[in-house]
Design a protein around this ligand. Structure first.
Ligand code: ADE
Length: 330
């Protein structure tokens, strides 16, 4: 039975697409990036060309994918998505690009995880829109040139430092850094999302949620959906600041938006490694997590709010981090 159609209600996972802005005017914040992308795109469009390749970087959840889809829609072209680790052979890039029959956006997420050998096959594609590949073996081997449709590569990464210089410098349209959002911007995003979800979100509740959203729209929308569930099950007609506090306390999310897992990272450094420094691999093993999760999920926000420090010798808890844990115990 197709419940989605019958109830005229989108399924939970498709809410993400409902909440995602589709045009520039709906996209809140990142003013500098919007301005620069807009010029790049408009200028290329007037010339009847594809814009030059762009690299977007910044922590997860700040809206990199959302920007890519807006760019595709402004250009009026399709978007084909891929991710660094998914591309295993040169032929994979050729087939991805070929699906964009008359041109479009090729979005490569997590480009820092692209295999180094593949990286080199990207260069001619980025520079001349074509690629030469060897077919056959031994004496019959020959090089075949393949022309690809006009594409703009938009790549995204959370770790720009892991990109080689030759790759990084080929993003001639610009290397753009997404910045964390301020609370006002997050509250604005939440109010818009609440309208789309058809729930009543009081202004004080939007502020309380924004404070706990780790400067990240993805987290904000996730928390809003969980608070909405809580309000619905507890028969609350609207989301108030009190509903936000109660719903998030049940999930062990504190007033900074830190979870029990985040606190565990700090406690482990303090209690097992005497406050640090401890190497990220050792830390990850102790937490039973992989290094990438520690680096990309836990650390960025703990560093951003000054509870954790990354030093060349490893990770250390800061004075502020020590005080944070002490207040939790009191
Ligand atoms: N959802 C994710 N990012 C957003 C943004 N910057 N503005 C509005 N909604 C968003």
């Amino acid at each position: 039975m197709d419940t989605e159609r019958e109830n005229h209600q989108p399924l939970e996972h498709s809410l993400d697409s409902l909440l995602r802005p589709k045009v520039w005017d709906e996209y809140i914040g990142q003013e500098n990036i919007k301005k620069n992308l807009n010029i790049l795109i408009e200028a290329a469009r007037e010339r009847g060309q594809m814009p030059e390749h762009v690299l977007l970087y910044g922590p997860a959840g700040l809206g990199k994918t959302t920007l890519v889809y807006i760019i595709g829609s402004v250009l009026g072209v399709p978007v084909q998505t891929a991710s660094g680790p998914m591309i295993e052979r040169a032929g994979d890039i050729v087939s991805l690009a070929s699906t964009l029959e008359s041109g479009g956006v090729l979005f490569i997420d997590e480009i820092h995880r692209l295999n180094k050998n593949i990286e080199e096959t990207l260069y001619p594609i980025m520079e001349s829109g074509g690629i030469s590949i060897m077919v056959g073996k031994g004496p019959t081997a020959r090089s075949v040139h393949i022309n690809l449709p006009p594409i703009v590569i938009i790549a995204a990464t959370t770790q720009v430092g892991k990109l080689s210089t030759p790759l990084r410098t080929r993003f001639s349209g610009g290397i753009m850094r997404l910045l964390p959002y301020n609370e006002e911007e997050i509250a604005h995003i939440l109010i818009r999302s609440a309208e789309r979800l058809d729930v009543v979100l009081e202004n004080t509740a939007a502020t309380a949620l924004a404070q706990r959203s780790r400067s990240t729209p993805r987290t904000a929308n996730y928390l809003l959906k969980r608070v909405r569930d809580y309000a619905q099950v507890h028969n609350k007609p609207s989301i108030t600041a009190e509903v936000v506090r109660a719903a998030l306390a049940d999930r062990d999310i504190d007033e900074y938006g830190l979870t029990a897992e985040d606190r565990n990272v700090l406690t482990t450094i303090q209690e097992i490694f005497n406050g640090g420094p401890v190497g990220v691999q050792t830390l990850a093993t102790t937490l039973s997590e992989d290094t990438q999760t520690v680096e990309e999920v836990y650390e960025p926000f703990l560093v951003q709010i000054g509870l954790l420090e990354r030093t060349p010798r490893g990770r250390s808890i800061t004075q502020k981090g020590i005080e944070y844990l002490k207040n939790k115990k009191d």
